[in-house]
Design a protein around this ligand. Structure first.
Ligand code: SAH
Length: 393
C-alpha cells in the first residue's frame, strides 16, 4: 500500500459512480458514437466530434478554449453542455525498474490503482475496472479490500489518458503506451458495458489507436459474459485459471463453483472459434505446494489441448496476511518445462514493480467496502497475530 491516509466514510458507498453536482456530461464517458450523438444533438456536424477526440486523446487537452480549430460559438456551446474531467491523481510513484503506479481518487474515500510496465519494445498499462472486487479469489490482495462499485467509462479510459499524458504518448508516432491489459483491480466482465465502451476508445484511431490484439481483457471466468464479449468486442482474452481441476480451482477462485472448468473451457473454445488466428492466454499463479506440482502441469496440458492457447505463469506475489507462498524457482522452471516439452507455449511473467506493491494481485487502492470482507480479513489477521503471540508466550 501507498501509506496515504484517506478519510473513509462508509455512508458514501454506492454501486455506481455518484452523480456529480455538475450536470454537464464528462466527455470521457463517450466513445466515438456517443460523441457524434452529442454533437448532433447540439446541431453540429459529426466531424467536429472527431476533432474534439483528437484534442483529448492525441494532444491531452482538456480546455475547450485551447481547441483552436473550433469556432468560438461552438466552444461556448461545448462549455455549457460538457466538461473534460480526467481522474484526480492522489499519488504517483516510480519503481526502480521503471514501473510507474498511480493512485487515482474516485469519490469519497475510494481510490484505484493503475500501473505502467515498460519492457523491451513495448509498454503495458494495467487498468482497473472496479473499486475493489467481489470475487474473493483467495490469493489476491484486492479481494481482501472487498467491493464498492463499478468504475464508469470515464474512470476506466481516464486511467489510460493519465498514463498517456504522463508518457507524452502520441498515437501512430511516438508511442510508449503500446498495450493495455484489464488486469488491475476488479472483474471487468462484471462491469461489461463501461469496460467495452472504454476498450472501444482504446482501439479507436481517434482515441489511443491500439490494435485489437494489444488490448487484453482478463477474467476469472464468467462464462455467459465471455460469450457476450465474443459478440460485442474483438479484444484479446485472458482467463485466470490457476488450477487444472475443479476442487482446487473452486478453493482458489470461488467463482469456479458457478462456472466449472469444463464450462469455462467450452466458452473459451467458442471465443477462439470466432477468431481463427488468435490464441487465449491462461494465467496461472504458482503457489508453493498448492498448484505447482508436476501432476498439475500434466493436467493443465490436457486442458490446453482443447483451445489455441498460451500459458502465462505468474509466480505468486505475497501480501500481508496471506497464507500462500511463492513457488521456488526450481518448481517454476520445472512446471514451465513440462508444459513446453508438451508443445504448450508457456511464459513466466516476471515480477515487476514489487518495490512499490505494483505487481499482479498487489493492487489495493482504497475501497469503501460494502461487503464486510475488509473487516473480516482484518479480524482474521488480528486473531492470527494474537495466536502467534500466545504461541510465543
Ligand atoms: N478479475 C480479473 C482481473 C484481475 S487480473 C481476473 O481474475 O482475471 C490479475 C491477475 O493477477 C489475475 O490472473 C489474478 O488471478 C492474478 N493474481 C491475483 N493475485 C495474485 C498474486 N498475489 N500473485 C500473482 N498473481 C495474482
Amino acid at each position: 500500500m501507498t501509506g496515504i491516509a484517506l478519510k473513509l466514510d462508509p455512508n458514501a458507498a454506492q454501486t455506481v459512480a455518484p452523480a456529480s453536482s455538475d450536470a454537464r456530461v464528462n466527455l470521457f464517458e463517450l466513445d466515438r458514437v456517443g460523441l457524434e450523438g452529442l454533437f448532433e444533438s447540439l446541431g453540429e456536424k459529426r466531424f467536429r466530434a472527431h476533432q474534439v477526440m483528437k484534442w483529448i486523446y492525441h494532444r491531452h487537452v482538456t480546455e475547450f478554449a485551447e481547441m483552436t480549430d473550433l469556432g468560438k460559438s461552438l466552444r461556448n456551446k461545448l462549455e455549457a453542455a460538457s466538461v473534460i474531467r480526467p481522474p484526480n491523481i492522489l499519488f504517483e510513484k516510480d519503481a526502480a525498474d521503471g514501473v510507474h503506479k498511480w493512485l487515482l481518487g474516485m469519490d469519497g474515500g475510494n481510490a484505484i490503482e493503475a500501473v505502467f510496465i515498460p519492457d523491451k519494445g513495448r509498454g503495458t498499462l494495467c487498468v482497473s475496472s472496479q473499486v475493489g472486487c467481489g470475487l474473493n479469489c483467495q490469493f489476491c490482495s484486492t479481494a481482501t479490500q472487498g467491493f464498492n462499485r463499478n468504475l464508469s467509462t470515464a474512470e476506466i479510459i481516464g486511467q489510460v489518458w493519465v498514463a498517456a499524458r504522463h508518457l507524452g504518448n502520441v498515437p501512430h508516432h511516438q508511442r510508449k503506451l503500446t498495450n493495455v491489459v484489464m488486469m488491475g483491480m476488479g472483474e471487468p466482465l462484471l462491469n461489461f458495458e463501461n469496460v467495452v465502451r472504454a476498450m472501444s476508445i482504446m482501439r479507436d484511431d481517434l482515441g489511443l489507436g491500439l490494435a485489437n490484439k494489444r488490448v487484453t481483457l482478463s477474467t476469472a471466468g464468467l462464462v455467459p459474459m465471455i460469450d457476450r464479449l465474443s459478440e460485442e468486442s474483438d479484444v484479446s482474452l485472458a482467463v485466470s485459471l490457476h488450477a487444472p481441476v475443479d476442487d482446487l480451482r473452486t478453493e482458489l477462485v470461488p467463482l469456479n463453483k458457478k462456472y466449472p472448468i469444463a464450462e469455462l473451457m467450452a466458452a473459451c473454445q467458442r471465443y477462439a472459434a470466432k477468431r481463427p488466428r488468435t490464441s487465449i492466454t491462461f494465467e496461472y499463479t504458482l503457489m508453493k505446494d498448492v498448484n505447482d506440482r508436476p501432476e498439475h502441469a500434466r493436467a493443465l496440458i490436457k486442458l490446453m489441448r482443447k483451445v489455441p492457447s498460451k500459458v502465462n505463469l505468474i509466480p505468486f506475489n505475497p501480501f500481508t496476511g496471506t497464507r500462500f507462498e511463492r513457488s521456488d524457482e526450481h518448481a517454476i522452471r520445472g512446471f514451465q518445462k513440462i508444459l513446453l516439452d508438451a508443445g504448450v507455449l508457456t511464459m513466466v511473467r516476471r515480477t515487476r514493480g514489487d518495490d512499490i506493491d505494483a505487481a499482479c494481485g498487489q493492487l489495493k487502492g482504497q475501497v469503501l467496502d460494502r461487503t464486510r470482507r475488509q473487516a473480516e480479513f482484518k479480524r482474521k489477521l488480528e486473531q492470527g497475530s494474537e495466536g502467534e503471540q500466545h504461541a510465543a508466550a
